[in-house]
Design a protein around this ligand. Structure first.
Ligand code: 5GP
Ligand code: MN
Length: 316
């Protein structure tokens, strides 16, 4: 299937992704936007997404993203990328109103929410899947860069087990365009500001292991975020850092989003299916990386997650 076959008759197209967009979401949304602008120059194309972190300024036309969603506009097509409709945030009503809904995703927790749904959980990233829906000869350097960022971020720079031979074949095709991929990876994935590094250090310092040291957890409160002058976007990478501790099967990181409300990120080495746990609490994701929002005290949340983790490890 080619994406163009599904959208070619549309005069107005909207593209959106999930709330708190990550590298794959932003790379996919921008990759598709740049691609459709190229192959359908007459179509009117809008992008709806929460404001991306500043590191993504390297993506061409990122300033075209609309982060104000007050619109009654009815689009011929809405393409929702890297998400289900429930996580589209304020763009959800626009999606619902669209004449044709297309859903492209790689989350195992997504059962498909479009008139056309392409959900492939084996794909490393939505960006990888999207590339295979494009006509390669219509991909240019700027599109390639956006797709590359999506794949690089969701594979932890081609390290995670979701990296397949196809992933690397696509990456090989993309880097032929000659953009400075090393600089992109350094500046969008590895580089941290001093304050980001400090709060990461604090979270690691205060982490606690439990369940015979097979699990590790840490939390950042709103007060801590204020103290270090950081926002949730600055907390990316902390949970991966915790997961890299030797002997850990499951890492949990939470940050406070409101009174008795926490955003939870989980990572696993495969022994624990964190997608299944996140789905029990209304979230979703992948077997080895998932998240949800939980209400209750920090300790209640750890207890509730521990019960699920213990249940899974018991069946090991
Ligand atoms: P992260 O921990 O990096 O925020 O997310 C890990 C994975 O789980 C990502 O693929 C992300 O899209 C997914 N995820 C995180 N939080 C949620 C959530 O609240 N709901 C759903 N459905 N997926 C989530
Ligand atoms: Mn993704």
């Amino acid at each position: 299937m080619r994406i163009i076959d599904e959208v070619k008759d549309a005069k107005t197209i909207a593209i959106g992704g999930h709330v708190r967009p990550d590298g794959d979401c932003i790379g996919s949304v921008m990759g598709l936007y740049l691609y459709l602008k190229r192959v359908m120059p007459k179509a009117e194309i809008d992008v709806y997404l929460d404001k991306p972190a500043d590191i993504f300024q390297c993506i061409s036309h990122i300033e075209d993203i609309k982060s104000e969603f007050n619109t009654n506009k009815v689009y011929d097509v809405f393409v929702a990328l890297d998400t289900t409709d429930e996580r589209l945030g304020d763009a959800e009503p626009i999606y619902r109103n669209a004449c044709k809904k297309i859903n492209i995703d790689h989350h195992i927790s997504n059962s498909g929410c479009g008139d056309v749904s392409i959900v492939e959980p084996k794909r490393s990233s939505t960006a990888e899947l999207l590339y295979d829906l494009m006509e390669p000869e219509m991909v240019d350097e700027e599109i390639a860069k956006a797709i590359y960022i999506g794949i690089a971020h969701d594979t932890g720079v081609f390290r995670y087990s979701n990296t397949s031979p196809r992933t690397l074949q696509i990456v090989a095709e993309l880097i032929k365009f000659g953009f400075d991929f090393s600089k992109i990876v350094e500046e969008t994935f590895f580089e941290k500001t001093y304050l980001q590094t400090q709060i990461m250090g604090r979270a690691v310092l205060e982490s606690v292991r439990f369940m015979h040291e097979r699990c590790i957890v840490s939390m950042v409160s709103r007060r801590m975020m204020e103290f270090y002058c950081v926002t949730p976007k600055d907390l990316d990478g902390i949970v991966n850092h915790l997961q890299s501790v030797k002997g850990v099967d499951c890492a949990i990181f939470m940050y406070e989003t409101g009174t008795l409300e926490y955003k939870v990120s989980m990572r696993s080495n495969g022994k624990v299916d964190v997608a299944a746990i996140a789905m029990k609490f209304g979230g979703g994701g992948h077997v080895r990386a998932a998240g949800c929002t939980m209400n209750g005290t920090y300790h209640d949340n750890i207890n509730n997650l521990s019960i699920e983790i213990a249940e899974q490890l018991k069946n090991e």
